[in-house]
Design a protein around this ligand. Structure first.
Ligand code: GLN
Length: 243
């Protein structure tokens, strides 16, 4: 089990795929690994089942989407384990998707229960009046240097950010956190309501997470051939953006 971040290869820890990969979340793991390998970086991918300890020595942690019950189980286990919090305090990067963003906040609501999250982002989740399902487009916080965020959302919860969390994007299409902002970031931790394999339409977000893990500026990531993701982005954005 890896415990040390000093080795030269990149360690990507996939947290609880047995609970939190309902929506093809493996795609984000594959995309991060592939984009690192394309830059000549050796990658170790480390799936951690929910009855295993979360290793402290990862460089990137992925927390995926899930239905309410698995999400509740994951929260209790993640808090008791403490590995993710320890890794972040040692400088690891985190990408949390959908249930993941709720899980790494302070708390979320499932039915009438308030459930404590990992507390890695200053946000709290409650339930919306209706489920948010459909395309989501956001204009990303200019400090991050990313193009429009595009993806699909499917969630009942809504996130409310405290002052220590920055919105990831301003909503142009869809709902996101609350109809106005989408996702959150602070330090090297980012969460989004983009569902499932969100990085397939957002290769620049993948590169941002890689740049955090490698401790280099995003602009230092060598370009790679993004013909296919760019076509997918263009096709989806053209379909949903107001003219
Ligand atoms: N269970 C959460 C919600 O409905 C997250 C759903 C998801 O991961 N797609 O808000």
């Amino acid at each position: 089990m890896p415990t040390d971040r000093s080795d030269s290869h990149l360690r990507i820890v996939w947290v609880y795929p047995d609970l939190l990969s309902t929506y093809g979340d493996r795609g984000n793991l594959l995309i991060l690994a592939r984009r690192a390998q394309a830059r000549g970086i050796d990658v170790e991918t480390i799936p951690i089942a929910y009855d295993e300890p979360i290793p402290r020595g990862g460089d990137i942690y992925l927390v995926g989407g899930g239905e309410d019950r698995p999400q509740t189980l994951a929260a209790a286990r993640m808090r008791a384990d403490g590995g993710l919090t320890a890794a972040v305090s040692q400088g690891a990067a985190v990408l949390a998707v959908c249930a993941g963003i709720q899980l790494i906040g302070e708390y979320f609501h499932i039915e009438d229960k308030q459930i404590a999250g990992a507390g890695l982002l200053d946000l709290r989740s409650d339930r919306g009046d209706s489920r948010a399902v459909g395309e989501l487009v956001g204009e990303v916080d200019p400090r991050l240097g990313l193009p429009l965020l595009t993806g699909f959302e499917n969630h009942g919860g809504r996130c409310h950010l405290g002052p220590a969390a920055n919105p990831l994007a301003k909503v142009l299409v869809g709902v996101g956190n609350d109809g106005a902002t989408e996702g959150a970031w602070a330090g090297k931790v980012v969460g989004t309501y983009l569902h499932g394999p969100a990085l397939s339409r957002n290769p620049a977000l993948a590169d941002l997470v890689l740049s955090w893990a490698l401790d280099v500026p995003l602009s230092a990531m060598p370009p790679i051939d993004d013909t296919w993701p760019e076509r997918l982005r263009a096709e989806r954005l053209a379909a949903v953006m107001p003219r």
